[in-house]
Each structure stands twice: as C-alpha cells, then as structure tokens.
Design a protein around this ligand. Structure first.
Ligand code: DAH
Length: 353
C-alpha cells in the first residue's frame, strides 16, 4: 500500500473512532486542516518538476477527495445517530389517552345557592342582588338596629374608608348580613308602584330572596370572615306568620329531600322583627337524626322597618328570614369544617362536580 492509500485508511479509521461531531472535527484537522497531512503533502510538491507535480498533485487530490468523502459519510452517520437518540427521547405514544382541558364544576356553596333560588323560585320568589359595601343606614339603621347594637362593634364589622361616599356621612362597611337587601329591594318595589299605592290601588306583593356574601370579624371551624347568607322577604296586605311557617317548612323539606323532617320556631330577638324566631330542624333519619339544628332567623317585619320601606305598617305586613347557605351546604353534604369551602383544595371541591 502506498503512502497516500495508507493516509486515506488512517483517516477513515480516525473518523470511525470519533463518537461526537466535536471529535470528528478534531480528527478532520489532522488531515485537512491548515497544518494537516494533506496540506503538508501539497506544500512538499514545491520542489518537484512540472510533470511530477501534475502526477503527484492528481494522486494527492484523489486522496483528499477520498478523505473528504469519508468525513462527510461519518458526519452524516453521527447526525443520524443524534437524531435517532432525540426521536427516541421525544417519542410520542399516539395511543395514550389525550389530555383534555379540565372541566370545572360549581362550588358546593354555589350549588346550594342555586338550589335555594330554584326552590323559592318555584314558590314565586324573585332573586335580588345588592352591594357588599353597604352604608350604615341600610345595614343597621333602616333595620331598626340602634347605634349601640352589638353587631356594630368594631370587633364584628369591617368598616371601609372612603371607597364609596356614604349618603349619611357614616362610615361604610362590608355588609354584616343580607338583611339590608330587604330595604333596598322593597324601596325599589314601592317606588315602581308609588302611583298605584297613592291612588289606593295597592301593589303586587313583595316576594324576594337575596343570597350573597357577608362579612364579620370572626374565624374558626364554623365561622369565616366571609360567609354567605340568603335573605327572604314577603310583604303584602295579608301575609301572616302562618305563611312564613308553611313556606319555610316547604323549603326545608324540599332542600333536604326529607319529608319527615320537623321544624321548630323558637322565640328570639332581632331588631327588625316583631315577633322574631329562630328556626330549628330535626331529621328523623340519617347521621344527624334526633338533633335540633338551627338553620335560620326569621320573624314578622317590624312596623318601623315597614315604614322605612316606604309603606304604611297599618296596611302592609309580612315576614323576613335569613339563613346561611354555607351551613345548609354543610348539613346537606355532611361537611364538618366550614373552612374547607374556602380553602380552594381541589381534592375537596372535585367531590361536588
Ligand atoms: N340578619 C340576621 C343575622 O345576620 C338573620 C336574620 C334574622 C334575618 C331574622 C332575617 C330575620 O331576615 O327575620 O343574624
């Protein structure tokens, strides 16, 4: 084997031994680089005669082309190997089940509120919505709640500075209950029917519920600084406590899907009712059977409150109730810690989807 053939052979071997593109480029330099073997051979021809130069030059060129061909072949082989590794690493298993966009579900408290709305809706109640930043007037004064009422204490109430200008100069607050909606809704209703009322023609009854968020400085397993309430109001010319009892009993039986559930109206005090009561329920069966469970406050609307609605308490009478959807959800779903509803833990929430 002549010197050039041996050189080509060595180059092929070196290229084969290169495992990475980097090694290969280094190996290439030994043969084709500025001071590589082929370049050296070319330089060495300077002393040859013209004829020898031609002959030797052709042979060197052949060797150079052979080395270049070997280099290209190895380059391609390495690139292919790299591609194979990459393809294997990024392998797509088209038989795997797809990752679909997660489908959300309603929060258990939202489900409960929807349920309350639908049951009261079936009994002819509208649904009203109102502001969570409330004025002192609607939250307290209009509801016959005197300035020294304990619910006004800084410990119970979140006061708000200058977010909304209040009409009465008193600081605004995050509503501590949904009861201000009694006044807000009734005032609007009365305004719409003012002309008929003044003409002695009366007005359609007010029948409304108002669910929503409420706030108090309170936090433990059964209290959260933000919680939900649902207010109810029914005002007409001939609405009695008996109607309240029928409506609320019907609601509880439907809500809990329990026909043998019993209700107890326990006398209680609320500044905006006279008389007032607390509603307890008792299940005949199930894990809570036999216990009295408080579910709502209620009562006949106080004459002063009827007056604040723009109505004459001599002609209009009715009742109100307030209940806690959070508590209703806890009882219905058997949840014993209120905070679970507001922690946002998907493992908990997914159970209600
Ligand atoms: N607003 C009362 C509270 O937060 C609940 C309540 C009691 C509402 C009696 C009423 C009612 O409408 O008649 O404790």
């Amino acid at each position: 084997m002549n010197e050039l053939d041996a050189l080509v052979q060595t180059a092929r071997t070196q290229f084969e031994l290169a495992d990475t593109p980097n090694d290969l480029e280094n190996a290439k330099a030994q043969f084709l680089g500025k001071s590589g073997r082929i370049t050296e051979l070319m330089k060495g021809m300077a002393a040859l005669s013209v004829d020898d130069k031609k002959a030797q030059g052709a042979l060197i060129n052949q060797a150079k082309q052979a080395i270049e061909a070997a280099l290209t072949a190895r380059r391609n082989a390495l690139a292919q190997a790299e591609l194979d590794i990459q393809l294997k690493a990024e392998a797509l298993d088209v038989t795997l089940p797809g990752r679909s966009a997660g489908q959300g579900g309603l929060h258990p408290v939202s489900l409960t509120i929807e349920r309350i709305e639908s049951i009261f809706g079936s009994m002819g109640f509208d649904v009203a919505d109102g502001p969570e930043i409330e004025s002192d007037w609607f939250n307290f004064t209009a509801l016959n709640t005197p300035a020294d009422h304990p619910a006004r204490s800084m410990h119970d109430t979140f006061y708000v500075e200058k977010v909304v200008e209040s009409e009465d100069g008193q600081p605004n607050l995050l509503r501590t209950h949904t009861s201000p909606m009694q006044i807000r809704h009734a005032v609007q209703h009365v305004k719409r029917h003012r002309a008929a009322l003044d003409a002695g023609q009366g007005m359609p009854e007010i029948r409304v519920i108002a669910p929503g968020r409420t706030y108090r400085v309170d936090s433990d397993a059964t209290h959260s600084p933000m919680f939900h309430q649902c207010e109810g109001l029914w005002i007409g010319e001939n609405v009695s406590f008996k109607d309240l009892r029928v409506v609320f009993t019907e609601f509880c039986k439907t809500y809990f899907e329990s026909k043998d559930l019993v209700l107890r109206f326990r006398p209680s005090f609320f500044p905006f009712t006279e008389p007032g009561a607390e509603v307890d329920i008792q299940f005949a069966t199930g894990p809570l059977a036999g216990k009295w469970l408080e579910v709502a406050g209620c009562g006949q609307t106080h004459p002063d409150v009827v007056r604040n609605m723009g109505l004459d308490p001599e002609h209009f009478i009715g009742f109100a109730f307030g209940m806690g959807p959070d508590r209703l959800a806890m009882l219905r779903y058997g949840v014993n810690d209120l905070r679970l509803f507001f922690d946002g833990d998907l493992r908990f929430l997914k159970q209600f989807e």
